[in-house]
Design a binder for this molecule. Structure first.
Ligand code: GLN
Length: 407
């Protein structure tokens, strides 16, 4: 872990101090009696990059129960297990606009989404296992793989929730009556309570988020935890449904897929870049950590993490165009060739004055400085090459590292 003098750590420490100095009223959850014992002043943040760097500030080694943050990751596990079609047959992907513990079912009897309790209980029922024990063991292994270390369950919190968990049992019964849930209610609900009571710190949830940010690969262990499509699908649902009935407001202001829990934690993800974990137990009126929300709002604004900001792109994929004697035009490309970059090259080749000049008989595409290309970019360039040949021009590809494949 970088020492506190690290500039990234210093900025995280400053954001915590700024937010602490502001007024963000909240109340520690007490509907699960054990949760009311949390220290309201505890405050922490961790960030983990997809390349495996972690930074932390505040009480980042304080353990808390993961609660509803688990819902996103158990959803990812069942998507990998059964595929998206089988899972969405049982639980939808629409924001409910309702509280986390609402009776939230659509007209097909499915819970609206996997991130409210009704949907999460159905999701837990889709984890294979013949008993609550087996189901929970599998969940614990899966979430530990996301965190990159062995997580354990706070049995006191799990028992406290079970003792007061009739509303969740009722949601499970309703799901069973509509056919969304087919397993025994008690097995499922007990596994769900223990899943919610897994103990984490902010660095654990940051790494869990970074695993989704990194296409399913845990940056701490290098392990592929879920396939890329599952990471993407999970982030989609977190973006639209992760913050309960503040999900729209959250996407508007903060612009990151996220998931909160009544223990006071929030995980947020900058896709392809970072996982961020924050922790502060007092909750706002809808059950999201009040300081946590403020911290992520500040981070998003200051560090430019909003998903829908205008994307920064490298200047141009075209490094140089050289017109050589004898009718040859050499186009030198650089950097990453994705669809957007290839579209610029295609446009330039089809309409550019150098390539369309009558005197041009040969076009050399030099991709020696291209680092990688996507398949769709290669296909587009192949079409450009075919077009140039139709016009009677020769096309030559200079690709010493074999980054691109235009036949
Ligand atoms: N275990 C909690 C419950 O089901 C999780 C709720 C939450 O974190 N929002 O009530």
């Amino acid at each position: 872990m970088p020492h506190p003098g690290n500039p990234v750590t210093r900025s995280l420490t400053r954001v915590l101090a700024d937010v602490r100095a502001q007024d963000h009223p909240g109340r520690v959850a007490d509907y699960i009696p054990e949760l009311s014992r949390a220290d309201p002043e505890a405050f922490a943040i961790s960030a983990a990059s997809v390349s495996g760097h972690t930074y932390a500030a505040g009480d980042s080694t304080t353990l808390f129960t993961i609660q509803s943050i688990s819902k996103a990751f158990v959803y990812a596990l069942v998507l990998s297990e059964h595929g998206a079609d089988a899972v969405t047959a049982r639980v939808g992907v629409e924001p409910s606009g309702e509280a986390f513990n609402a009776v939230s079912f659509d007209d097909r009897g499915r819970p609206h989404n996997p991130l409210v309790n009704a949907g999460a209980i159905v999701t837990t029922s889709l984890v294979p296992g013949a008993s609550a024990e087996e189901r929970f063991a599998r969940i614990r292994r899966g979430l530990s793989a996301f965190a990159g270390r062995d997580l354990d369950c706070d049995e006191t919190v799990a028992a406290s929730e079970s003792a007061t968990g009739d509303r969740n049992r009722a949601l499970a019964m309703l799901a069973r009556s509509s056919g969304a849930l087919t397993e025994p209610v008690d097995d499922v609900v007990e596994a769900y309570f223990r899943q919610c009571a897994l103990r984490v710190d902010t660095t654990d949830i940051a790494v869990m988020g970074a695993t989704l940010a990194g296409d399913g690969i845990n940056p701490r262990t290098g392990e592929r935890v879920v396939p890329p499509a599952v990471a993407r699908d999970t982030l989609s649902v977190m973006a639209s449904c992760g913050m309960y009935d503040r999900s729209g407001q959250w996407l508007f202001e903060v612009g990151m897929p996220a998931k909160s829990g009544v223990g006071g934690g929030i995980v947020a993800v900058a896709p392809g870049e970072y996982g961020i974990g924050v922790f502060s137990p007092p909750l706002d009126a809808v059950g999201n950590s009040a300081r946590g929300v403020a911290t992520l709002r500040t981070l998003s604004q200051e560090f430019g993490l909003h998903l829908f900001r205008h994307p920064e792109r490298p200047a141009s994929p075209v490094q140089a165009i050289d017109v050589e004697p004898g009718g040859t035009v050499v186009i030198r490309l650089r950097g990453m060739l994705d669809f957007v970059a290839a579209e610029q090259v295609a446009h330039l080749t089809a309409y550019g004055p150098e390539t369309t000049a009558d005197a041009t008989t040969r076009v050399v595409l030099d991709v020696s400085a291209v680092t990688a290309s996507t398949r769709v970019a290669a296909r587009l360039l192949a079409d450009v090459a075919a077009e140039l040949r139709l016009q009677g021009r020769d096309i030559v590809l200079v690709d010493p590292d074999g980054v691109i494949d235009i036949a």
